[in-house]
Write a protein that binds this ligand. Structure first.
Ligand SMILES: *Cc1c(COP(=O)(O)O)cnc(C)c1O
Ligand code: SF4
Length: 341
């Protein structure tokens, strides 16, 4: 029987949606694909819950076979070290929950609000600061969406809406179009920003329909992607990014500084260069948010500052991302490595 309240047209399973439902859901599957040994029980348990294993095949295709130290593999590998307890690593390290002004809407910084459109992602990065949030199955309802739009409409100081998640590009083209369109109609809104890792982990998500939404939008759209290593920027990712630029989006990247993944000057330089080659400017390099279970990705601040200093020597200023850390209660993300005297 059809539900009378569900007016959404049934979403056709397009290429990318099919690809998404075909993602690797167990570590065992991925290890087999990478020609590595099957995991033991402890790994199997970790990849189960509460932050389950998930990797797109497209992303896995860029991992080196038989290499447990591959920088892409390490980002999704549920290491037993996740279980080590440390009181410094907590469930809400950035204090986002304190800034909720409506369901899914976080108003933490002046002039910008962040809307959690869905809890779903195409990939589960083991260091994610949201890994502890119970909103894995969160979906912004029509009612909450209307409340978020009302909130932005009634506060003329808000200049920018950030669609975030989870990953907002997990939403259908139709839903995204509606959302972007409604925000674009608010007269005082100057920009719409989208934070998404999908152009990197599922480049087929950049459909012609989505590109059309972007090119039709009369408000500037900024797309902040998330890549941590140059190996993530494959030929199809580069094509997707070029198409996004051509549709008029301003492309920026945020990365997280991660032990064994990109904690070397060469890895960080290569990332900036690869991004630039695809029309993306480096924006933020985040120090790890201290979320439970992520300690094995953390690197000491002194080492981070040292790496950053080297990076600044080797790259033109515009290819150096801002090194930042999010401190609870601060009015902006704290800049590091900028005091030179
Ligand atoms: C990071 C963040 C923003 C955006 O900050 P920018 O410095 O403008 O990139 C906005 N809201 C929240 C909750 C954030 O975490
Ligand atoms: S929110 Fe971003 S970092 Fe976290 S799991 Fe999703 S894609 Fe990865």
């Amino acid at each position: 029987m059809r539900s009378p309240v569900n007016r959404e047209p049934p979403a056709p399973a397009t290429g990318w949606q099919h690809e998404l439902s075909n993602a690797f859901r167990t570590l065992g599957e991925l290890l087999k694909f990478l020609e590595m040994d099957t995991p033991d029980d402890e790994h199997a348990e970790l990849s189960d819950s509460p932050f389950p294993f998930k990797v797109t095949r497209s992303y896995a295709d860029r991992m080196r076979k038989q290499d447990p130290l591959d920088p892409l593999f390490l980002q999704v590998f549920p290491d037993k070290l996740e279980k080590q307890d440390d009181p410094q690593y907590v469930s809400d390290p950035v204090g986002d929950m304190a800034s909720l002004v409506a369901p899914g809407l976080i108003h933490k910084y002046e002039g910008r609000v962040l809307l959690v459109t869905t809890g779903a992602c195409a990939i589960h990065c083991r260091y994610c600061f949201r890994r502890e949030f119970s909103y894995g199955d969160f979906h912004l309802s029509r009612q909450w969406e209307a409340r978020a739009i009302d909130y932005v409409r009634s506060d003329t100081d808000i200049k920018e809406v950030i669609l975030s998640g989870g990953d907002p590009l997990v939403l259908s083209d139709h839903r995204l179009h509606e959302l972007i369109d409604q925000f674009a109609q608010i007269p005082h809104l100057r920009r719409i920003r989208i934070h998404s890792r999908l152009p990197v982990v599922l480049p087929s998500r950049i459909t012609d329909t989505f590109l059309e939404t972007l090119s039709q939008c009369h408000v500037p759209v900024i797309l902040v992607i998330h890549a941590n290593h140059a190996n993530e920027i494959s030929a199809d990712v580069r094509l997707a990014l070029t198409a996004l630029s051509d549709a008029g989006a301003t492309l920026l990247n945020q990365a997280v500084l991660l032990r064994r993944v990109n904690d070397s000057v060469s890895a960080l330089c290569d990332l900036s260069e690869a991004l630039f080659d695809s029309g993306v400017m480096p924006y933020y390099l985040h120090l790890l948010d201290k979320v439970s279970g992520s300690r094995h990705f953390d690197i000491p601040k002194e080492l981070a500052l040292d790496l950053y200093d080297q990076l600044r020597r080797q790259l033109p200023g515009y290819l150096v991302p801002r090194l930042v850390r999010e401190n609870e209660g601060q009015p902006y993300k704290s800049l590091l490595g900028t005091v030179s005297n």
